[in-house]
Ligand binder design. Structure first.
Ligand code: RB5
Length: 147
């Protein structure tokens, strides 16, 4: 199950990605926003990030104008590794090497077609584990004040 959310800058891309998830039969919950009216991206980021960090949802997809603000906010939640991507290589390797549990996209940066491509790559790519597990563990060490 995927948790998704957007501010007004990412709303239209979120709607496009919902169609993509529907086409692939991937279940999701939409945490909003539900129109192009202005909302504050940290509030949406917090809802989705807590839902993913709590284990209720396997992954998250977040959208704002650039993907940057919503990723910065999501990464404040312990256990979240949110990656903002606009190219295919990064969308694949944020999974393979970083075990990113939230993908952030900018609705004013990537086209609907590119967004579909990046979400597909992100959802399908596995975490490679091995030496990358140690490094991801070190990120948790920073969160816990051990590093
Ligand atoms: C909203 O105008 C915009 O600042 C927001 O969507 C996002 O791009 C912030 O990083």
């Amino acid at each position: 199950m995927i948790a998704i959310g957007a501010d007004h800058g990412g709303y239209l891309l979120k709607e496009e990605i919902k169609k993509y998830l529907d086409e692939r039969g991937i279940a999701y919950r939409d945490f909003g926003t539900f129109s192009e009216d202005s909302v504050d991206y940290p509030a949406v980021a917090a809802q989705v990030a807590h839902a993913v960090a709590g284990g209720e949802y396997e992954r998250g997809l977040l959208f704002c104008g650039t993907g940057i603000g919503i990723s910065i906010a999501a990464n404040k939640v312990k256990g979240i590794r949110a990656a903002v991507c606009s190219d295919a290589f990064s969308a694949e390797y944020c999974r393979r090497h970083n075990d990113a549990n939230i993908l952030c996209l900018g609705g004013r940066v990537v086209s609907p077609e590119k967004g579909r491509e990046l979400v597909g790559i992100y959802l399908d790519a596995p975490f490679e584990g091995g030496r990358h597990s140690r490094r991801v563990g070190m990120i948790a060490d920073i969160e816990e004040g051990r590093l």
